[in-house]
Design a protein around this ligand. Structure first.
Ligand SMILES: [Ca+2]
Ligand SMILES: [Ca+2]
Length: 95
């Protein structure tokens, strides 16, 4: 009986080990959030996946419209806010 329990424990451990090896770790997934959010690294200098007011300062147009683009008023421009701003710009061009 003890042998069976030991085998089950080994099987369970190897399953966990396999899962750990095949899935990216949280650290890897978070290593480059800018890569996953599609915010260009030349704008997102610290690569945290959002644009701070300081980062936007290098882009006069973005800096000028920062408060308007920052829809949730958290002081950062995230991917969705950038997408919304781009859509708004394109809609204004069409009119
Ligand atoms: Ca940033
Ligand atoms: Ca925001």
């Amino acid at each position: 009986m003890k042998f069976v329990v030991t085998l089950a424990a080994i099987a369970a451990l190897s399953t966990v080990a396999t899962a750990t090896l095949t899935q990216p770790t949280t650290a890897e997934a978070n290593a480059s959030p800018a890569y996953t959010t599609n915010i260009r690294p030349e704008i997102d200098a610290d690569r945290d996946g959002r644009i701070s007011r300081a980062e936007a300062a290098n882009r006069p147009r973005m800096a000028q419209h920062f408060d308007k683009i920052d829809a949730n008023k958290d002081g950062f421009l995230d991917r969705n806010e950038m997408k919304a701003a781009k859509a708004m710009r394109q809609a204004q061009k069409i009119q």
